[in-house]
Design a protein around this ligand. Structure first.
Ligand SMILES: *Cc1c(COP(=O)(O)O)cnc(C)c1O
Length: 496
């Protein structure tokens, strides 16, 4: 098989192996690693149809991680997709009304981040062994709520690693916060930040690009890496479930072999939908990638105008995992759209940093035609939850509702009747207040934890172990810092 190497979107690092790229997390020039080419796999769907999730994961991931042996990859996949998931299918597809929900929340922390973060620690450990790294790997993570807990779960007690999570104190749901600050592990650290998600992510990126600090860490035997979707090891496992969902429809004779499907993704940092874009580039028959924003609609504006403008008010919404104004993975899309012109990417990113905005030229904008984008207001989101529940007795979370709402707008705009997958990124049990208050006013008087029971009665869906008794678990992490103290906190935690 032809080898695939990885290049930085900003041009100064080229030709590193998959394991090196995963270990580094982000390139030293501030760019993100991208594959040297996208492997194509056309006309094999008949052969893939009867594969289970793990077999399919092996098939897809081996195309990208070409320096991993087949047995190394099997080992990582076996350790990731096991009984931690409460569905044997791992990523079940549910037909509800005229759409198909791809439920990506059956992992240990009941959000889609588990799909990649249950395997990333194993990929990292394998990569470290291959590269003969004997340093302790320190994972720095910024989270808008879900990555944090999923990363804690994935890296807890993994020998040779430490994980530090920064989350915005005012920017996550009560249940998300409780999931993180009650987490026990002998190598896990959780820190609230007085700021929003963008502040946390920028803070982490700044620590990564601080060369002096990097040298100090190295001398002390530490290697920094990332569990955010800036790490290519997060993106590749996410490609798998798009194939899985398509094959599910094909197998069930819901679609003809030549038909294309649409995919609607609730989007924040652009990681999940970028994985769908890569799937399309590999040959998955996708018509439109529907990029759904909440009221932080930078991506909606960008896709419709070609201008990326982060200078606007940061809104705290009921879909907090999408409350992001600086969408990191867009950089990877720009790299494809401008034929890998790294100088241009550097310019855009410089402009974004200095002036808060940039605009792409018309020929690049034309290539955004693979995407349709819309946004959902807070009331659109509430209404979608109520409509789906009232019509079908199926309860969706706030993020999934954003995608559903935007899909309905797409239908009105285009009358495109192609079968559509709505990506369900979290369990409604993670956002009980916002979900239940969409259904009945009485629920507004109850807190997130009381509403867990109510949701169980109303939906008939078992309470996932991730949130069972969560209110009575001891809070272990109480530290809060300012944006400027993040580096200092890392120093203290590592004792350097
Ligand atoms: C992270 C997250 C998103 C956004 O995904 P991106 O890859 O950042 O675009 C959407 N919904 C939920 C529930 C999430 O946790």
């Amino acid at each position: 098989m032809e080898q695939i190497s990885y290049n930085s979107t900003r041009g100064s690092i080229r030709g590193v192996s998959a394991s090196e790229a995963i270990l580094m997390g982000i390139a030293k020039d501030g760019g993100l690693f991208v594959p040297s080419r996208i492997p194509e796999i056309e006309n094999v769907f008949e052969d893939l149809k009867y594969m289970n999730y793990k077999q399919l994961a092996h098939f897809i991931m081996s195309k990208f991680l070409t320096d991993f042996s087949s047995s190394e990859l099997t080992d990582c996949i076996d350790k990731a997709y096991d009984e931690k998931f409460d569905s044997k299918e791992i990523a079940p597809v549910k037909e509800v009304g005229d759409v198909f929900f791809l439920e990506l929340y059956h992992g240990p922390t009941i959000a889609f981040k588990d799909m990649a973060l249950s395997i990333l620690p194993h990929l990292l450990k394998t990569a470290a062994k291959k590269q003969r790294i004997d340093k302790d790997i320190v994972i720095l993570t910024a989270t808008s709520g879900d990555t944090g807990k999923a990363a804690l779960e994935g890296f807890s007690n993994v020998e040779g690693t430490k994980i530090i999570v920064f989350f915005p104190v005012e920017g996550v749901s009560e249940i998300q916060k409780r999931q993180m600050n009650t987490h026990y592990g002998n190598n896990t650290y959780v820190m609230g930040v007085r700021g929003n998600f963008d502040d946390c992510q920028t803070g982490v990126k700044n620590i990564f690009s601080d060369k002096e600090f990097g040298t100090v860490l190295e001398k002390k035997g530490y290697l920094l890496s990332s569990a955010n979707s800036i790490n290519i090891g997060r993106l590749i496992p996410q490609i798998v479930y798009y194939f899985y969902a398509y094959l599910h429809l094909l197998k069930g004779n819901v679609i003809e072999p030549e038909a294309k499907i649409n995919i609607a993704v609730p989007t924040g940092n652009f990681g999940n939908i970028l994985a769908a874009y890569y799937a399309k580039a590999m040959g998955l028959p996708i018509n439109k990638l529907i990029c759904a924003s909440n009221e932080n609609k930078v991506l909606y504006d960008f896709i419709n105008t070609g201008r990326y403008d982060s200078l606007r008010e940061f809104m705290i919404t009921i879909s907090p995992s999408m409350d992001i104004l600086i969408s990191s993975n867009l950089e990877r899309l720009l790299y494809v759209l401008n034929n890998e012109d790294t100088d241009m990417i550097k310019q855009f990113m410089e402009l974004l940093k200095e002036e808060g905005s940039y605009e792409i030229p018309p020929d690049m904008k034309e290539k955004l035609n693979d995407f349709y984008s819309g946004f959902a207001s807070e009331s659109d989101t509430h209404c979608s939850i109520k409509k789906v529940y009232d019509s079908y007795g199926y309860l969706i979370d706030t993020h999934t509702a954003v995608a559903y709402s935007v899909y309905k707008k797409y239908l009105e705009d285009t009358e495109d009747r192609a079968k559509t997958i709505i990506v369900s990124t979290a369990s409604p049990y993670k956002f009980t207040s916002a979900v239940m208050s969409s259904l009945k006013d009485n629920f507004k008087r109850m807190n997130d934890f009381e509403l867990i029971e109510e949701m169980n009665i109303l939906s008939g869906v078992d309470i996932p172990s991730a949130v069972k008794d969560i209110e009575s678990r001891p809070v272990l992490h109480k530290s809060i810092c300012s944006i400027n103290e993040m580096k200092q906190k890392v120093t203290e935690i590592l004792g350097i």
